[in-house]
Design a protein around this ligand. Structure first.
Ligand SMILES: [Zn+2]
Length: 344
């Protein structure tokens, strides 16, 4: 990837994604200058995306026939997912994870926060699978994997035999703490909040009081609407309460959850969220970008930041007729519209 270059177009600047006609000068992979100009080529420059919740280890279970409730699918150790993981040879697991990371990188995703099963070996395998790719993992391990990962990823407080000890050990080692919470019902959210987590995943069934607390404490929430629908824990826009989360000021991030059920493609996730919730496209786009600010350095088009942005070519499709680039990015764009991507 070239490290010194200039690119001009209509860019979504800063955290507010204000659209401006600019020339961006990049030196050694950093944005050195953003200058407003009178005219520019008809391209859109958008911050790179960041997937706030994945389980790419289960890519090998893609489209495996399944039925029944969530517990029978993803709960350790007897769930379908874990049976598939146990019986898949390690080279196949590695190749599958690498393929999913490649899908994310080609879609302009600069990083992803993954809940990784399989203890230390699982964490090492994911690092190995990601080696040399521009889409970086932030890994939440378990079963001992947390000590060599970025943090601990607790699959519901209900499923963890000694949460207090596990969290204390992770914190003692300077690790992040994340919980699945509120996926099936709201009953495991308060318990997770008691551990002052760095990230909550799902909150599909969170109530207003819980959301207020989450907002007041500034805890990011990774929501995965497609996964919730596919796994049958939601069938309406009431769950996850995305609109309410935004109204109450929660820091909402988009994730795609299990790769065996949902493609790790945030463009598809944004389009789904837009269709179901009909909320401001800029808010949805911010949720697909914001994860990097929580776990990596922010993918924000501003001077001094790393160059992590995508050049979208609307002329390559019907997007050139759009009267609202942000809405079209959220509702219609996809990996094939990306002309160049810079993921420093
Ligand atoms: Zn999950």
């Amino acid at each position: 990837m070239q490290t010194n270059f200039e690119v001009a177009g209509h860019a979504l600047l800063g955290r507010d994604l204000e659209i401006r006609t600019v020339r961006i000068t990049v030196e050694e992979g950093k944005i050195r200058e953003i200058a407003e100009i009178a005219t520019a080529p008809p391209v859109w420059i958008c911050p790179a995306l960041s997937n706030a919740h994945t389980h790419i280890g289960d890519t090998v279970g893609m489209e495996a026939p399944w039925s029944g409730p969530l517990e029978g699918l993803v709960t350790s150790p007897g769930g379908l997912k874990h049976r598939i993981l146990r019986t898949t040879p390690r080279p196949v697991l590695l190749a599958a994870m690498r393929a999913s990371i490649g899908v994310m990188a080609r879609a302009g995703t600069t990083g992803f926060a993954d809940f990784r099963e399989g203890g230390e070996e699982g964490v090492r395998d994911l690092r190995e699978a990601a080696r040399g790719l521009p889409c970086r993992p932030v890994i939440f391990g378990r079963e001992g994997g947390e000590f060599i990962a970025d943090g601990i990823g607790i699959s519901s407080i209900r499923d963890c035999p000694d949460t207090e000890k596990a969290v204390a050990a992770a914190r003692g080692n300077g690790k992040l703490v994340a919980f699945h919470a509120g996926e099936r019902d709201p009953l495991d959210i308060d318990g997770a909040l008691g551990y002052d987590p760095d990230l909550l995943v799902h909150c599909t069934h969170a109530g207003d009081g819980q959301l207020r607390e989450i907002a007041d404490r500034g805890i990011p929430v990774a929501v995965c609407p497609r996964s919730n629908w596919i796994l049958g824990v939601s069938s309406s826009r009431a769950h996850p309460p995305l609109a309410r989360m935004f109204d109450l000021g929660c820091k909402v991030l988009l994730g795609t959850d299990n790769a065996m059920f949902v493609q790790p493609d945030l463009w598809g996730e944004m389009a789904f969220a837009s269709t179901v919730y009909r909320i401001n496209p800029k808010v949805i786009l911010s949720s697909a970008i914001g994860g990097s600010a929580c776990f990596l350095s922010p993918a924000c088009i501003e001077e001094g930041s790393p160059a992590r942005f995508l050049v979208i070519d609307p002329a390559g499709s019907n997007l050139s007729f759009s009267r609202d680039p942000v809405a079209s990015l959220v509702k219609r764009a996809g990996p094939s519209d990306i002309r160049e991507k810079y993921l420093f």
